[in-house]
Design a protein around this ligand. Structure first.
Ligand SMILES: Nc1nc2c(ncn2[C@@H]2O[C@H](COP(=O)(O)OP(=O)(O)O)[C@@H](OP(=O)(O)OP(=O)(O)O)[C@H]2O)c(=O)[nH]1
Length: 172
């Protein structure tokens, strides 16, 4: 990822953290971050995009065709690669992530590493509602199995992940 894309992500992350608890004034109480992201999008259509879009196919009504039409086939392909099939039982989905990780493209592997790093840091920051300590630990153990299949993609990200796993007694 080039330095411009890194800076863009740092900026989006900073803004999202600052706006974490704010909502727009609409009836649906849209998260406030939608607004600055939308404004930035109007100003510039540049930047590393697949990471920003990585959960759109998995968690929203976004189709591969929609992403391809808007962002081109390369971005659409990366997002498709990191998208779980939500129609499958959870255990099978999790198993497939471990199995598929080594076969992803380099860009998709980077998105997956960053996704796991964010989620693991988030678990250290606060426990999701309803999650037991055992479920948190299981997530670390499973994430480590996925990351094992992504090794050799980005040393800095992998080092940070390894540190988080080590803190939990999980060996990468
Ligand atoms: N740590 C954390 N995770 C949260 C939070 N809110 C939503 N998530 C999401 O929950 C997912 C992990 O929860 P699980 O119960 O293991 O998986 P599931 O949602 O796919 O069934 C991750 O989705 P994912 O992007 O599909 O990642 P992954 O399951 O592929 O790692 C993560 O992004 C939160 O407050 N903290």
């Amino acid at each position: 990822m080039n330095s411009g894309a890194v800076l863009l992500l740092e900026t989006v992350h900073f803004s999202a953290e600052k706006h974490r608890n704010q909502r727009r004034k609409d009836a649906e109480q849209t998260p406030y971050i939608n607004h600055p992201v939308g404004v930035a999008r109007i100003l510039s259509h540049e930047g590393g995009r697949a990471a920003l879009l990585h959960d759109t196919m998995e968690d929203t009504d976004t189709s591969p065709a929609e992403l391809e039409a808007k962002f081109g086939p390369i971005v659409a392909r990366i997002v498709w690669e990191v998208t779980d099939d939500k129609s499958l039982p959870k255990q099978e989905r999790k198993r497939q992530q471990v199995e598929h990780a080594p076969h992803c493209s380099h860009q998709a592997k980077l998105v997956k590493l960053a996704d796991k790093l964010y989620n693991l840091r988030d678990l250290n920051r606060c426990t999701p509602v309803g999650w037991s300590a055992e479920r948190v630990q299981d997530y670390f153990v499973w994430a480590c199995e996925v990351v094992k299949g992504l090794r050799g993609t980005n040393a800095a990200l992998e080092e940070k992940l390894e540190g988080l796993f080590r803190q939990r007694g999980v060996q990468l």
